[in-house]
Design a protein around this ligand. Structure first.
Ligand SMILES: [Zn+2]
Ligand SMILES: [Zn+2]
Length: 232
């Protein structure tokens, strides 16, 4: 219903520059090609790296202490125009942006064994009530449609409200999130991907991985649109 009305309102318009988009995506070819690639980046946590290195290299943090998740896929860096697009989705409820981001992300997933389930990073019910929607769910819905991988907005839950992660050190962020999530794995999924718009420190990824692995999941991946450059 929402998508139908959206198609009438934005018929193939590029959501970045307003020119005509392509037939497949609501973004024109020039804007798509100008998206800031996250390359080179750490092959485990997708942290942007500065020097040109061969594929498969990991950052210092991942070399010292390999994360429990398999990998983070974040094809782009959190720079213009993605920062504006994500704010349009999150704070101005521009839902077609969620669809575009999900479709763009789907086109960047490398071939290989795919997860059996996609899970949006959840919001606490009160936060969800205040905002009215979960932007990660909008991205996951489009990603699921494009890849054919089922998704669920209900199985992974945020069960405890947490303070803002801003201005917290890395250790404080992990402590802040401890025990904040729960996962119902009665379908015994072994390989899942968790979807978000942006990965900043990776603290959320680490805590969710801990929750999922306690429920019997063996392989956890995180798929996000963009990665910020600073690891704290
Ligand atoms: Zn454009
Ligand atoms: Zn890394």
């Amino acid at each position: 219903m929402v998508n139908k009305s959206v198609d009438i309102l934005f018929p193939g318009q590029c959501l970045v520059c307003g020119q005509t988009g392509t037939r497949e995506l609501d973004i024109c070819i020039a804007c798509q090609e100008s998206l800031p690639r996250n390359d080179p980046c750490c092959s485990r946590c997708a942290l942007p790296l500065t020097s040109l290195k061969a594929d498969g290299v990991v950052c210092g943090d991942c070399a010292r202490q390999p994360p429990a998740f398999e990998r983070i896929i974040a094809p782009w860096r959190y720079e213009a125009p993605l920062d504006r697009l994500m704010q349009d989705l999150k704070f101005r409820h521009r839902l077609p942006v969620g669809r575009l981001l999900g479709e763009l992300l789907a086109s960047q997933i490398p071939s290989g064994p795919l997860p059996s389930l996609l899970l949006p990073v959840p919001q606490h019910p009160r936060q969800l009530h205040n905002r009215g929607f979960n932007h990660s769910s909008e991205i996951t819905l489009a990603l699921s449609r494009s890849t054919g991988i089922p998704w669920s907005p209900w199985l992974l839950k945020k069960i405890r409200r947490t303070n803002s992660q801003h201005d917290l050190s890395r250790q404080e962020r992990l402590k802040n999130l401890k025990g904040a999530f729960s996962f119902d794995n009665s379908s015994r999924h072994r390989h899942v991907a968790v979807i978000d718009d942006i990965v900043t420190t990776g603290a959320t990824a680490r805590e969710i991985t801990c929750t999922l692995k306690h429920s019997g999941v063996r392989q956890v991946e995180f798929w996000a649109i963009a990665r910020t450059p600073i690891q704290r």
